[in-house]
Design a protein around this ligand. Structure first.
Ligand code: GLA
Length: 391
């Protein structure tokens, strides 16, 4: 979290732009510990909200307009509440406008608002800056116009709707769910099929998850994300002819599954399905390992998840593979994997906390030697969901 004086500076900026004081809001970003690319296959995932995220200073206005400004992006705009349609020239503002549109369509109140945004999530890092912005806006609209009564799960669903129907990314619900339901020092074990969830304690004693940003940017809209999703749908269609399933994750990686898998002739589709079904199993094994405090096994599961994402799902790429390899070579590391959609962005590693400085300098150096890119490596606190910050 930003400190008091930094937040006061943001408030001052708001006054410069909009002429009067506003209230401070925050929504976290997220990492995913394991369960990658299975939230759109009815799988189980294990994300956690983290304390870097998106801030807003906001205030309702009486002119029925959204006046929007960001300290990270140059583009700013004024939008009439009567014109909430998607416009590709609107850049990041589409996420805000999309939320206002779908919140209204869901039957909640909206109103004119002045909003200044500042985010400290590294850009294009795959830590879900877009979901963080969506949920931040949902919280603001809930507080200002709905007596703070929009349920968090509803916010998550509306955020996903904006991604899918407004922005055009066919993502699952993991990111929005993780951000709205985030809890201090807990990961969220979420069944994406039923939306049942459980909080998992993240007290790892002498160990921590570190975040490694490859600084290779990726935008989901231009990435192969939607293609992967289609490939899974194709796999499901074929398998449904032979087995009574609704989702790929209805399978366990057992004989019945491997027999069915043989029916798929396209090697790519076969590999995608194989990743999905084994990844879902790895999530369950991770929960068991955490319950048993078996950190070695946790590390192994991270490694095998990355291997599957690299070889079977093909969403890692040179930078993510390089950073994960460099991380594994460090003596403090138990395991590492990409996190989020892939194609660039961030990885996570489970390391001995006392070795952090050594880890950081060795991995940064090796990564630079191999890729010519400077990476960022940091520890982050697991945090609560969206909230108003009272100074
Ligand atoms: C992105 C999407 C999520 C999820 C991950 C991959 O972050 O927004 O819904 O599919 O990729 O696990």
């Amino acid at each position: 979290m930003l400190g008091k004086s930094e937040l006061n500076n943001l408030k001052k900026k708001f006054v410069e732009y909009f002429g009067d004081g506003g209230r401070v809001f925050f929504a976290p970003s997220r990492i995913n510990i394991i369960g990658e690319h299975i939230d759109y296959n009815g799988g189980k995932v294990l994300p956690a909200a983290i304390d870097i995220g998106t801030y807003a200073i906001a205030k309702p206005n009486s002119i029925n307009k959204l006046r929007l400004k960001s300290l990270n992006m140059e583009y700013e705009d004024e939008i009439e509440l009567s014109d909430l349609e998607y416009d590709e020239n609107r850049n990041w503002i589409n996420y805000v406008v999309g939320m206002f549109k779908f919140i209204k369509e869901a039957g909640y109140e909206i109103g004119g608002c002045d909003i200044l945004i500042y985010g400290n999530i590294p850009n294009g890092a795959g830590l879900s800056s877009s979901a963080s912005l969506e949920i931040l806006i949902a919280k603001i609209v809930s507080v200002f116009f709905n007596k703070d009564k929009i349920p968090n799960i509803e916010m998550a669903k509306l955020g996903k709707q904006v991604e899918n129907e407004y922005i055009g990314v066919n993502s699952g619900i993991m990111d929005q769910f993780a951000i709205t339901m985030g809890k201090d020092n807990k990961a969220i074990y979420l069944d994406t099929n039923t939306l049942d969830y459980e909080y998992i304690d993240m007290d790892l004693k002498d160990y921590s998850f570190v975040i490694l940003n490859t600084n290779k940017r990726r935008e989901l809209k231009d990435s192969k994300y939607n293609i992967r999703r289609k490939e899974c749908e194709e796999g499901l269609e074929i398998l449904k002819k032979y087995e009574d399933i609704n989702n790929l994750c209805d399978f366990l990686p057992d004989q019945r599954f491997y027999k069915a898998l043989d029916k798929i002739k396209d090697e790519n589709i076969k590999n995608r399905v194989l990743h999905v079904v084994t990844e879902n199993q790895r999530v369950k094994l991770m929960i068991m390992a955490m319950e048993n405090n078996d950190l070695i096994q946790m590390g192994r599961l991270l490694d095998s998840s990355h291997k599957s994402l690299k070889e079977k799902y093909e969403v890692t790429g040179f930078e993510l593979d390089s950073i994960v390899e460099a991380a594994r070579e460090n003596e403090n590391t138990l395991g590492a994997r990409m996190t989020g959609a892939g194609f660039g962005g961030c990885a996570i590693a489970l390391i001995k906390t006392s070795g952090f400085e050594d880890f950081k300098s060795e991995v940064s150096k090796k990564y630079f030697e191999r890729t010519d890119i400077e990476c960022e490596i940091f520890l982050s606190k697991i945090d609560d969901g969206p909230r108003e910050v009272v100074l």
